[in-house]
Design a binder for this molecule. Sequence first.
Ligand code: AMP
Length: 305
Amino acid sequence: MSLLVVGSVALDSVETPFGKADNVLGGSATFFAAAASLLTPVQLVGVVGSDYPMEKLEPLAVRGVDLAGLERADGASFRWRGRYRHDLNSAETLETHLGVFSHFSPKIPDQFRRAPFVFLANIDPRLQREVLRQVERPRLVACDTMNFWIESRRPELLDLLEHVDLITLNDGEARQLTEQSNLVKAARWILARGPRHVVIKKGEHGAFMFTESTVFFAPAYPLENVFDPTGAGDAFAGGFMGYLARTGDLSEPNLRRAVIYGSAMGSFAVEQFSISRLLDLTHKEIDQRVRDFHRLVSFDQDLNE
Ligand code: AMP
């Protein structure tokens, strides 16, 4: 089943303790599509400026990402510059240049409007809301956000929450949005405002999925070398939503499996800069990592104790 993503398509400049990359492919929709397209066809909506190296998106198109909704506007592309110090769990944003995003108004092509699965990747919540006015009753709408928007567009973000089924955000963002330091309380706060599922990611410490009556936890894959954490959250979302769209099953056990696919994709994304690792990833490697996750968390319960 098709999966629509609307989000940023960016040029990133990233510094980690292991190296630097300048003006590489980035953006929430780009990472998402690179991961999700390994599992299901993806339809992408976004905007780039006249300076964007379009040919670098070709491998995504070859992989089945429909770029018919990617607008090319006059002006500069969205650029993000960030740095990670030794704590690879938190990015320090050094610069955000919205460029063509500051005048962007998403137009969902007719052939995308009936997508059953919709992901509103990290962009201005006003644009995320606008997308929902143009789509026809999707089976599942999920969104992401970040500190930048929690600070600058809080009322719009709260309004958006009333219209989504699921939200993914990291622990810092959950605390900032809800003003609750305890993550269980933070999840409750969000669940009371609309979404039926809340996924809270904790970087190298895994991810929780909360509903009104259940909690599921998946660890992060214990990688020996994390090279660049940029895009891990979007790749997680791509694996999660891609798996749901591929299977078309929204039962609780399948949502749990989707969290594992998300965790697997996030773990691959951080192995190299930009979307490089997601581009050379094979289905065999994905299956193997999902099996490794299964082994990582399974144990025999001693019922006699
Ligand atoms: P993640 O590490 O998964 O949270 O996402 C990293 C990506 O988010 C980078 O490729 C950036 O280009 C993109 N990004 C950073 N800031 C913003 C923003 N304010 N709005 C949309 N996308 C952003």
